[in-house]
Design a protein around this ligand. Structure first.
Ligand code: B3K
Ligand code: ZN
Length: 853
């Protein structure tokens, strides 16, 4: 396995300004003819090297004559005398046999492509790197009955009938693009069609292609697309640039979706929704992903990445953009809470584990392994820090300059920062260390007060633990939105300040502070750090009610719970008093909305609690959390019932208010059931039976699966019978059982793996069972090690079909260092078994071997 290093980057030897592709489509055997106009780049005499992967080469010609091409490993090497040439190749591939879902593959009888990062080489020979940009002309021909719809990037320029019931279409994309943005779709699909008029008056035809039966479920995705198009014009000044924008939904897909120019290909999970089958969370995710892929048209497609180490240039920035969009169309405060929860759940563990890597990594074996929470979500936090430092106007001037300066180019993260600096006049050089240094900085804070001087001193220190390959860490600049709050009145003292901690230890002075204040710091989560604030007694309780920053307020309640839970896990007894009071006060507060209440009172997950412990004993964590929830539920049963019964969440109402009421409905019911399992089960069953929407139905079922009464099986069976024909809902059925908080969950999961509806070849189904289970802290860490063995079995079985998706299941085992010795050994043993298996893909090999170090 070969390591690719960022420092080895060299400009391409040959450019390919034009490519013409000709597909003769067939599920079993597709022929691909490619004509490349190549151009020597710079003064050198190196041959043209084209990447390939699993291609059966039928023919290669240079300027129309048989070429002396040699195959070097998977590459095709061609000597060219002049500076320009035409290279023609013909290959055969088998979409039906393509279980990796990279390149051209079959899904439910249709054909589609996924090329990012390195899938284009599985379609034809080409310099498969993002800094080679070409104009594409694509012709495809196939059976007219099987593939009535033929799509590619750009505009359809011609169509026609061919012999033997075949037909063809030709597409042309006027915008030069890297090959990872190429796409082709052929299938029996129907479109939900609509129009959008851009700010400058361009009429854009919009289509969402799905199987005919799914058409009624496309309205929300279409609505979201139009919202996203308008938002990008208003907030970033970015207009769409073609007359056509197509989305296609596919059932078998490795990721969420893909931003191919003018032809986004989506996992059905991020397109299809209606009241009966999709939760509010699903609706939100559809809006988020539709917007994300659309936003890539500028941040990714018009300006792309020079090399894959720059992946966060498009992904971190585009996640930041989709976060802004979701905040604007929903509740900004709740969106921030959700984003930080994702960061803490997915990225912080990455940053503190064996697979820690920088937002701009330095090396990889397999680039697919670097589509991570670090590159995406921490990358977005980095952009957010720039936004915080510059303010919205200068930030916008910076992004305008970036798009302007690099339009049509393949750029770097340094280029992005340079544009922000040049447009704003602000020197950001010291912040660039956030791109290169892995790990989550740990900041400690305390306040001292000088009554005579009426001044407060904020003492801050930072520490960053070593990560693999980075033994010595440098100090980082950490932007902290900070305010002081009067202990008695609860009022903020003076204005909020933006402090930048950029030394190992530093003090900041606040004047005009009459009495010892309370500290509100890292407001809005202005920096992605771990924070330890020395607090006086009663302070968190006070901040939980008084802090003017909604995020800080949420943090205060969560920290209060976290302290009780960590102490509880260590002492095997939970003191719930302060938590009960804080939750009671939050529920009673009519200045805050239901959505915020639901987020604030939700107990931190077991994984999050475990992250605070030096040595994790999963049963202790589970017991502590259970005990706290039971105490809260028992002592606040009336308030929980009232919150559960709050009116206003009509099933067809997708307003933020209605969503908030539904969210609180199930969260409150969860607490109530924790306090009284029997009455809780009955109420949950009633919610399940009476639900006219999937949010309430899934919310209730999510509780019932963890309870032991007869309602559990009744509800699961009813759900199965009703939705067994709907793959996305069946995924929920598998996922909810895998997430059940019961001692028997491992047994259930092993049984579900044998269920006729389980299949390892569909990534959504595999993630629903194995991915959900690995995230079920208590069950996965079953002391007999069966959970670990199951996951390892799944990884090895999936690796034979789909390495990319298999590799994504490895990280939960890589956390072995954090657990008590017995489990630690069991986890390690399974990792060793995986890493030691012969014939492993480089995807899984990289993740497993790195996780053992
Ligand atoms: N850019 C794609 C990622 C596809 C990666 C596949 N290995 C999705 C997205 O971030 O928009
Ligand atoms: Zn993306």
């Amino acid at each position: 396995h070969v390591t690719t290093r960022r420092e080895d980057y060299r400009a391409p030897d040959w450019l390919v300004p034009e490519i013409a592709l000709d597909f003769s489509l067939d599920l079993e055997r597709t022929r691909v003819r490619a004509i490349l106009s190549v151009e020597r780049n710079g003064d050198h005499d190196r041959p043209l090297k084209l990447d390939g992967d699993g291609l059966a080469l039928l023919k290669v010609k240079l300027d129309g004559a048989d070429a002396a091409a040699r195959q070097d490993g998977e590459q095709l090497v061609i000597d060219i005398a002049g500076d320009r040439a035409t290279v023609e190749t013909e290959v055969e591939i088998s979409p039906a046999a393509n279980t990796q879902l990279m390149g051209l593959y079959a899904s439910g009888g249709m054909l589609c492509t996924q090329c990012e990062a390195e899938g284009f080489r599985r379609i034809t020979f080409f310099p498969d790197r993002p800094d080679v940009l070409s104009r594409y002309r694509v012709r495809m021909e196939g059976d007219a009955a099987r593939f009535p719809v033929l799509l590619s990037n750009g505009n359809r320029v011609a169509t026609g009938e061919a012999a033997d019931g075949r037909h063809w279409a030709e597409w042309e994309d006027p915008f030069p693009k890297p090959c990872y943005l190429f796409a082709l779709v052929a299938g029996d699909l129907q479109a939900n069609s609509d129009r959008f008029t851009t700010a400058s008056g361009r009429e854009v035809e919009l289509n969402i292609y799905v199987r005919a039966a799914d058409l009624p479920k496309t309205a929300h995705a279409m609505h979201s697309l139009k919202q996203a198009m308008a938002w990008d014009e208003q907030v970033y000044g970015r207009e769409y640039d073609l007359d056509l924008f197509n989305i296609v939904a596919v059932s078998d897909f490795n990721m969420g979706a893909m931003e191919n120019k003018g032809l986004n290909v989506f996992n059905t999970a991020y397109v299809l929704a209606d009241q009966d089958t999709a939760t509010d969370g699903d609706f939100d995710n559809i809006a988020r992903v539709v917007a994300h892929e659309y936003f890539h048209n500028w941040s990714g497609n018009r300006v792309t990445c020079r090399d894959w180490f720059q992946l966060s240039l498009k992904e971190g920035f585009t996640v930041f953009r989709d976060q802004g969009f979701s905040a604007d169309i929903g509740s900004a405060a709740v969106k921030r809470i959700e984003d930080v929860r994702v960061l803490r759940a997915a990225q912080f563990p990455e940053d503190s584990g064996p697979l820690a890597h920088a937002v701009r990594p330095d090396s990889y074996l397999e680039i697919s392994n670097f589509y991570t929470a670090t590159v995406y979500n921490k990358g977005a936090e980095l952009i957010r820090m720039f936004h915080t430092l510059l303010g919205p106007e200068k930030f916008r001037a910076g992004t305008d300059l970036y798009f302007d300066r690099h339009d049509g180019e393949a750029a770097t993260c340094d280029d992005f920062v340079a544009a922000l600096e040049d447009a704003s006049g602000v020197d950001l050089s010291r912040f660039k260390i956030w791109y290169s240094q892995a790990g989550t900085p740990h900041v400690r804070a305390h306040i001292s007060h000088d009554a005579d001087a009426k001044a407060a001193l904020l003492h801050l220190s930072q520490h960053l633990a070593p990560t693999p390959g980075q033994a010595v860490k440098q100090v980082m600049p950490i932007p902290l939105r900070t305010a002081l709050i009067d202990r008695h009145s609860g009022e903020q003292i003076g204005d909020e300040r933006l402090i930048v901690l950029d030394e190992a230890e530093q003090a900041f002075r606040f004047d005009g502070v009459g009495s010892a204040p309370m500290l509100s710091i890292n407001r809005g989560f202005s920096a992605p750090i771990l924070l330890d604030v020395a607090r006086g007694p009663g302070e968190l309780e006070r901040l939980a009610q008084a802090d003017g920053d909604p995020f800080a307020r949420y943090e205060a309640i969560q920290e209060l719970m976290m302290r009780a839970l960590v102490a509880g896990a260590q002492a095997n007894a939970v003191d719930a008093d302060t938590v009960v009071e804080a939750i009671a006060a939050t529920l009673a507060d009519d200045r805050i909305d239901a959505a915020f209440k639901a987020e604030a009172i939700l107990a931190p997950s077991e994984a999050l609690i475990a992250d605070r412990l030096d040595v994790v004993v999963p049963d202790a964590v589970h017991r502590a959390r259970d005990a706290l929830r039971a105490a809260v539920g028992a002592r606040l049963s009336d308030a929980m019932l009232a919150a559960h019964r709050q009116e206003g969440g009509a099933g067809n109402d997708l307003s933020p208010e209605a969503k908030g009421i539904r969210r609180l409905r199930s969260v409150a019911l969860g607490y109530f059931a924790a306090g009284d399992a029997t009455a809780g089960a009955a109420l949950a069953k009633a919610q399940f039976d009476g639900a006219d929407n999937m949010t309430d139905r899934q919310g209730a079922l999510g509780l019932l699966v963890s309870l032991d009464g007869p309602e559990r099986v009744q509800a699961l069976d009813a759900f199965y019978l009703r939705f067994r024909e709907d793959p996305l809902v069946l995924d929920k059925w598998f996922g909810l059982q895998a997430m059940a908080q019961r001692a028997e969950t491992v047994d259930e999961v092993l049984k579900l793996a044998e269920h006729p509806d389980f299949t390892i070849s569909n990534p959504n189904r595999l993630r629903a069972l194995a991915g959900s289970f690995a995230a079920n802290h208590w069950a996965f860490h079953s002391p007999d090690g069966r959970g670990y063995a199951f996951l390892a079995d799944m990884i090895l079985a999936a690796d034979k079909l789909n390495p990319q998706t298999a590799a994504r299941l490895v990280p939960p085992l890589g956390r072995w260092r954090r657990f008590e010795p017995h489990r630690s050994k069991l986890m390690r043993a399974q990792l060793e078994r995986v890493a030691g298996t012969s014939g492993l893909s480089k995807d899984v090999y990289e993740q497993a071997s790195k996780s053992l170090v």
